[in-house]
Design a protein. Structure first.
Length: 256
């Protein structure tokens, strides 16, 4: 803490009270951080599990899967960046009681993100073979990787929508919802769709490839339904998700 003494000089003074843990702050950190930890963990564990399924289909399929999933992660960087931005913007506006701007930020981010992802999707679809060929010379891997990349590239936009909504949940301090949505996405939907298409319907590699857009579609639907319920609660009760009354002129102009 900075203080000014009788001579007009400044200095720093420490008190033992400064070292005393703030229990309420610690609880808030854990409340937000623990679900986020499980959310991130579900991504890594889910990827490990689906890699195991792909490995059963042969080394060429596994190689193609590895290349495309790395590329997919790279292509999703704009979506993740927008998600982080949404978390900050929504948190600031909810804290200020401006719920109109909080919901408006979702629409504006979707418009911006769509333009970026659309360009990525088109270029990826057109130059899929050239992109895969830059990583391998194996004809079978190029064939499988090109097929996979062209199957998922038109559906990258679905990932953007899901990440925007996840960012919204984090912004309103509901990381528990983000955690549940991620677990559903990474385990129930992705693993379920991949196993059923690849092994039950015996589509093998094509089944794994097709499970990705199907998972993204179903996950977006579920996440959007959760979002609508939360939004309805906010509009109807005019309170945030923790029950704190929001006082703002924007309350009467909520975007529906």
């Amino acid at each position: 803490m900075c203080i000014r003494d009788s001579k007009g000089t400044y200095g720093i003074r420490f008190k033992l009270d400064f070292l005393k843990p703030k229990i309420k702050i610690i609880k808030d950190i854990l409340k937000l951080g623990i679900p986020t930890t499980f959310e991130m963990g579900s991504m890594s564990l889910g990827f490990f599990m689906i890699t195991y399924l792909v490995g059963v289909l042969g080394t060429a399929t596994l190689a193609a899967f590895g290349i495309v999933t790395r590329l997919f992660s790279f292509f999703m960087i704009p979506s993740l960046a927008i998600s982080v931005s949404i978390s900050t913007i929504v948190a600031q506006n909810f804290g200020a009681g401006n719920i109109k701007r909080a919901f408006l930020s979702l629409k504006e981010s979707a418009k911006l993100g769509f333009k970026i992802i659309f360009i990525i999707s088109v270029l990826t679809f057109i130059f899929a073979r050239q992109i895969i060929s830059a990583f391998t010379v194996d004809a079978e891997v190029i064939y499988l990787g090109t097929m996979f990349l062209r199957i998922i590239s038109p559906f990258i936009i679905l990932g953007l929508g899901r990440h925007i909504l996840i960012g919204f949940f984090r912004g309103i301090k509901r990381t528990d919802i983000s955690m549940v949505a991620s677990i559903i996405h990474n385990f129930i939907l992705r693993m379920g769709c991949a196993y059923v298409l690849a092994f039950v319907f015996n589509l093998k590699a094509i089944g794994i490839w097709g499970s990705y857009p199907l998972t993204m579609f179903l996950s977006l639907i579920i996440t959007y339904i959760i979002y609508l319920k939360i939004k309805k609660h906010i509009i109807k009760k005019k309170v945030d998700v923790e029950g704190i009354t929001l006082e703002s002129e924007a309350e009467s102009e909520i975007i529906t």
